[in-house]
Write a protein that binds this ligand. Sequence first.
Ligand code: NAD
Ligand code: UDP
Length: 311
Amino acid sequence: MPRVVVAGGAGFVGSHVCDRLLERGDEVVCIDNLLTGSANNIEHLYANDRFTFVRHDATTHVWVPGPVDAIMHLASPASPVDFAKLPIEILKIGGLGTHNLLGLAKQKDAKFFLASTSEVYGDPAVHPQPETYWGNVNPIGPRSVYDEAKRYAEALTMAYHRHHDVDVRIVRIFNTYGPRMRPDDGRVVSNFVTQALRNEPITMYGDGSQTRSFCYVDDQVAGHLALLDGDHTGPINIGNDGEFTVAELAEIVIRVTNSKSEVSFAPLPIDDPTRRRPDLTEARTKLGWKPMIDLETGIERTAEYFAKIIT
Ligand code: NAD
Ligand code: UDP
């Protein structure tokens, strides 16, 4: 039975990765320091004897006894609100944490999977974004702690691949949403859905004309497993290529939740990307993967989740 280490496995995306791996019969060792994750996301797995949780900070030496077949590195705060609150932690997990986990992969002769991001494209001058685009990142702006940490993590991963022959996979994740997001993580879907459920004003930054492409978490994780299991190193974009303005997202959220909320406007954050949409040609042709869940359906499922956990 394959034994997979999931760093960041108590987070939003990581906990769904743990679920899918266990469902298919793998053994999972989840490493997480609960910085932005929560034990609530994995407590349903504690009774499974193929699941182990180790509370540990991956920026310090990481050791896992016994054989390991794959290491999936999803550990990192990921919300723009976290970029302001946890800048050093983000740089450390992207740098030191990636280094420690790559060292473990080399030692164990395990496959290494890196969760990178569409943020490596910055405020993109090429649209939609193919993997061949090198990006437009402000290296000293407020988002740089995250963007540059992930760019460094990709470079380190490719160095271990080329220099130490570690078998690697790199996924570039585009805006992903769904159950187990933190209601207060500050991201647009969590903010809009919780505001709509409470009939509070919807906080639109800028005029709402900036675009994003929103991927439901089940689709995202299916893409991760297709990449992990296949022969393609990447980097490979995984997301949904339906592109929506933030204003359109607000309309959908208000309609789906049948909310009385109205839109209120606030300034656009510095370096907020004006548009973002993945070119999914590589994912479709090389992995045989495509997103299945449309935005309205995904928002319905997310709203059901938030309705249960918020007051
Ligand atoms: P999340 O904050 O919910 O999950 C990250 C997890 O990593 C948390 O459980 C956190 O406690 C853990 N963590 C952070 N620092 C750690 C450390 N030093 N040691 C051990 N664990 C640590 O975020 P998420 O949205 O689930 O993101 C998961 C991964 O996907 C991240 O690497 C993120 O950069 C990437 N990603 C996510 C999105 C998205 O839209 N959700 C987009 C692009 C990339
Ligand atoms: N946004 C917004 N209102 C909010 C939160 C975010 O208008 O309450 C906007 C934000 O400025 C950005 C988009 O929604 O243009 C997506 O923001 P998010 O923080 O979800 O992620 P990003 O894609 O910027 O990393």
